[in-house]
Structures are given as C-alpha cells and as structure tokens.
Write a protein that binds this ligand. Sequence first.
Ligand code: HEM
Length: 157
Amino acid sequence: MDAARRLFQSNIMAAAAVIIMNVIGSYVSSIGAGMACPDWPLCPFPPYSYHVLMEFLHRVWGLVVVAAIILSVLRARRVKAVGELRVAKTLVYTSLVVVMVQVGLGAIVVFTALLPELVALHQLLAQTILSLQVAAAGISWAATTRHVEKEQITARG
Ligand code: HEM
C-alpha cells in the first residue's frame, strides 16, 4: 500500500475522531457538565456522577483525537513532498499545532468557568482541525487514485 493511501486512511480516522469529539463536546455543553471536572487535566476518579463521567469522556476522547492526529503526522512524514501532497503535509502538520492549542484552550475554558467567547473559540478550533484533516484526505485520495491510474496505464503498456 502506498504512503498516500496510508495518509488518506489516517486523515479519515482523525476526521472521524474529531466529529465524535464535536458530538461529545456539544453534549457536555448542553447538559451543563462543562464544569463537572473543575480542575485540569484530571477529573475526580472514579467519576461520581453522570456529568463527571461525560466530561471525563470528553477529556479521554481528547487523547484519542491527539493520537489520531499524531498518526497522520507520522504518515505524512513518509509521503514525498511533491505536487499537491506537499499541501496535504502542510495541512496535517498545521492540524497538529491547532490541536495542541485546542487542548491548552480546553484547560483555559475550564479555568475561566466556561467564558462564552472561549467556548466559541474552542468550537472554532474543532471545526478548523476537522477541515484541515478533511482537506488533506481529499488531496491524498486524489494522489492515490492518480497513482493507481498511472500503474494501470503502465501495465497496459
Ligand atoms: C483535552 C482537553 C480538553 C478540555 C479540558 C476541554 C474542555 C471542554 C469543556 C469544559 C467543554 C464544555 C463547554 C461548555 O460547557 O460550554 C468543551 C466543549 C467542547 N469541546 Fe472540548 N476540551 C478539550 C479538548 C477538545 C478537543 C481536542 C476538541 C476537538 C478537537 C474539543 C471540542 C469541543 C467541542 C466541539 C465542544 C462543544 C462546544 C460547544 O458547545 O460549542 N475539545 N470542551
């Protein structure tokens, strides 16, 4: 399997992880569980209420999101920076920076007792990470398809 295809797969995994995170985050927000864990990074353990459990899930899933993005960075490093794949690499590296800022911002959201402007910024960064990974997926998929077409033409002679 070529490096572009592996990159595509990890982009899709990262995008899916962020979509799930959006659902968990909005749920945490709408049930009013944003301050269920008043500290950072840890939540009371074992979680003593449903709200704590949901905020705990949000933080644990944050680790899954970060892991998925790190995987996409590792795979992007194996892709040759030629043509549009150079752009895909840049998008993936940018998503790593943004997710690090997002984790820090998550802490600030808690320390400011859910300042609305910061919660909105937290949402904006989540959408940004999703867009970066989806755009990278589109590019890596296009590169994979082109690679397969080229192989077929060569095979046909
Ligand atoms: C691990 C560190 C993180 C912490 C401490 C954290 C903290 C929070 C808190 C407290 C809320 C609830 C805000 C409220 O009640 O209004 C929230 C919501 C949310 N979080 Fe996080 N978060 C973290 C990581 C992430 C990551 C990595 C993402 C996505 C990439 C994310 C996406 C969201 C979204 C989409 C919401 C819903 C915001 C809304 O209702 O508009 N969070 N987060």
